[in-house]
Design a protein around this ligand. Structure first.
Ligand code: GDP
Length: 435
């Protein structure tokens, strides 16, 4: 999938543009308050094209970074991680030396780059645009993220670089696609190398080259597993790369292509904000998730330790209450191969289909146990339910007043579906549609 990065100084309107292009409020997001507060990676659809969008500004700590290094770092991350770059300016303010430097960095990188001036809310603001040509750029698009002006033109130019979306190929569905994600040093390399059995293959990577995604295959007991984008993981760089700190972008990209996410947590550190962000993204995109607590060998344990860990993780990641948790040591190999057994079961659940007749029998029972609410004086009725997709199992229920089905009732239905059909570990999706 094509990745597009937004760069620009603070306050030029990057997050507003980001939210406009990715459509902040997807149905699933509303169910998880707080998960996507600081969203920096999203999917954008335009005509028959789909691409991933990164707000590089949101990646950086805004605190005491001097402006110059902040912009340079942001731009370098964009150059490293993206196929297309959109450089955003404030169309109502003066140019600064930083602007010249960013443009120069982008020119040297030679990636497709588009320049846009934001806050052009009104045609009369367009006279400011002349200024920007002093930067030596070929063109500048006037837009207003706030007032949705010029966005079509921007999307059109971006989409010249995007292939039309193709459905998942048969080869892709035949294998279990696993993304091993987590913060630097949590043990991803050790874990993947243990599974793939070539732990002596650690070589130093040459910094500065664009890292292409390379997947690794594992055939075991008749199952084909694909570990997504193991290039950076397997050939671990010993060089302390500042961009490595923002490797969360890489995690997001892998999550876009996987069926199952192994979210690695550090047993000594517990769930950090960055872990929650990665897990939240996987959740929002309907990925099956296994929470892998690694470095378990470092923990002094008694009979209660694992239980306490589970409790703490569940508390931090409430919306992932269904996701299995496993404790591993990539150093000793403890339970590392067990994660694949979990993945097999989870994948089976992730692909399950329930017959419509069975679903509707179950629906009748759910309704009998707990009737939908009354909405604006009308009894809300659910007529019929059907499964429309797998990976993850996705259901659509038809209703006279969909607005009348609140989060709590929807959650009741989801829990009932999970229970009635013994769905284990997999996410489920339920949409309520107007009949
Ligand atoms: P990555 O950045 O997530 O790929 O992490 P690495 O696999 O490079 O691991 C970072 C450090 O943690 C290395 O020194 C590993 O040897 C160590 N490590 C990884 N997994 C474990 C584990 O399960 N137990 C212990 N004690 N150390 C581990």
């Amino acid at each position: 999938r094509t990745t597009v990065a937004l760069v620009g100084k603070p306050n030029v309107g990057k997050s507003t543009l980001f939210n406009r292009l990715t459509g902040k409020n997807t149905a699933i997001t509303q169910d998880v308050p707080g998960v996507t507060r600081d969203r920096i990676y999203g999917v954008c659809q335009w005509m028959d094209k789909t691409f991933a969008l990164i707000d590089t500004g949101g990646l950086m700590p805004t605190t005491d970074d001097p402006m110059l290094s902040f912009m340079q770092l942001q731009t370098r991350v964009a150059i490293e991680e993206a196929d297309v770059i959109v450089c955003l300016f404030d169309g109502q303010s003066e140019l600064s030396t930083t602007d010249y430097e960013v443009v120069e960095l982008l020119r040297q990188a030679g990636k497709p780059t588009y320049f846009a001036a934001n806050k052009i809310d009104d045609p009369k603001h367009e006279q400011n645009l002349a200024n920007f040509y002093q930067l030596g750029i070929p063109d500048i698009l006037p837009i207003s993220a706030e007032h949705k002006r010029g966005l079509d033109d921007l999307l059109d130019v971006i989409c010249q670089h995007v292939e039309a979306t193709e459905p998942e190929s048969e080869q892709e569905t035949a294998a279990v696609r696993i993304a091993v994600v987590g913060r630097p040093n949590v043990g991803k390399s050790s874990f993947v190398n243990y599974l793939l059995g070539e732990n002596r293959m650690l070589v130093t990577e040459i910094a500065g080259t664009t890292r292409d995604a390379i997947d690794s295959d594992l055939y075991l007991n008749g199952t084909h597993y694909v570990f997504i984008d193991t290039s950076g993981i397997r050939r671990k760089s010993k060089i302390t790369d500042p961009i490595e700190r923002y490797s969360v972008v890489r995690a997001f990209k892998s999550l876009d292509r996987c069926h199952i996410a192994f979210v690695l947590l550090d047993a000594e550190e517990g769930v950090t904000d960055q872990d929650a962000r990665i897990a939240g993204y996987a959740y929002e995109n309907g990925r099956a998730i296994i929470l892998v607590v690694n470095k378990w060998d470092l923990i002094g344990k008694d009979s209660k330790t694992a239980g306490e860990y589970v409790h703490r993780i569940r508390d931090k990641l409430k919306y992932l209450e269904y996701a299995p948790i496993i404790f591993t040591s990539a150093l000793t190999g403890q339970r590392v191969f067990k994660t694949l057994n979990l993945a097999d079961n989870l994948y089976a659940q992730y692909n399950r289909r329930i017959a419509t007749s069975e679903l509707n029998m179950a629906l009748q029972e759910m309704l009998a146990k707990h009737q939908p609410p009354v909405y604006k004086g009308h009894q809300v009725k659910l007529y019929y339910i059907t499964q429309t997709a797998v990976r993850p199992p996705t259901f659509v229920a038809f209703c006279n007043y969909p607005e009348g089905i609140h989060f709590s009732y929807k959650r009741y239905l989801m829990n009932q579906l999970r229970e009635s059909f013994a769905f284990e570990g997999t996410p489920l999706q339920l949409r309520i549609q107007q009949k």
